[in-house]
Design a protein around this ligand. Sequence first.
Ligand SMILES: [Ca+2]
Ligand SMILES: [Ca+2]
Length: 294
Amino acid sequence: MSTPASCSLAGEGMYSKLIDDDGAYDDLNRSPDVGLSIYPVAPVRLPPRLSGPGPYRLATVCLATLCGVLLISIIAVTAHYKNKPQTGGEATSAMQKQTQDISALTNSVSKLQEEKKQLQKEKDELLAKLQTKTATTAPEAIKPTTKAPPVCPVDWHLFNSSCYFVSRTTRDWPESQSFCQSQGAHLAIIHTAEEQTFLWNLLPRGHWAAFWFGISDEHTEDQWKWVDGTPLVGGFWEVGEPNNHINEDCGYIVKTRVLERVAVRSWYDAPCSMYWPFICEKEMVAGASTAVPH
Ligand SMILES: [Ca+2]
Ligand SMILES: [Ca+2]
């Protein structure tokens, strides 16, 4: 900015000086004798100056015009560069924003990496705990799977933890119990409908297929007890039984050919001296096995 101004001022100063000088040259031109006598070579260089003030003014005008053009150019260039920083500012702002975004993403990645490390650490700790727990509990957990299931003797049938034997020969109730005891068993004690149904399914059908099991009221009438001395609770009596019809103190199961008969209504009482097949039950210890004659 200073250059055009100074140029302009300089141009104007030069212009004034040239005007003044023109006057001087006019004076000199008016004294040809002095000029010719003092500057022998002046006649060669002086003619332009001696031609009048027009050329100087023209030069001055041209110089001023050039200065003006230069000034306008400088203003234009300045304006151009004034706008450019704005564009550059926008670019800088965008770059700053991108830099901020990158920084935020970098922070997020770092945070996620930290979380990953933490989770990995927790995972390792949990795995270590699990391995420790597995090592300490494994033997106990394996025990049930490695424990051998009860194995019943030939012709004995497993249900839960007991083996059951259905005889093909007949005995009275006391002899039946004695036989079962000789096998390490007793006449069957039936506590659940599932157990009753299991035994029912073992029994063959017949006109009046009857089988002793381990219940009686031989000691006190109508106070039914199991062979282990425990009292009967509930039971699966046929309708109207037990009725002690002819001094009937021993219990038995009947399974006829009538398909409508059901397991849970199949108990009767009868005189203990009658000869019928019977059902033995043996509570099993794992791996125990005994051959049973019958
Ligand atoms: Ca009775
Ligand atoms: Ca009866």
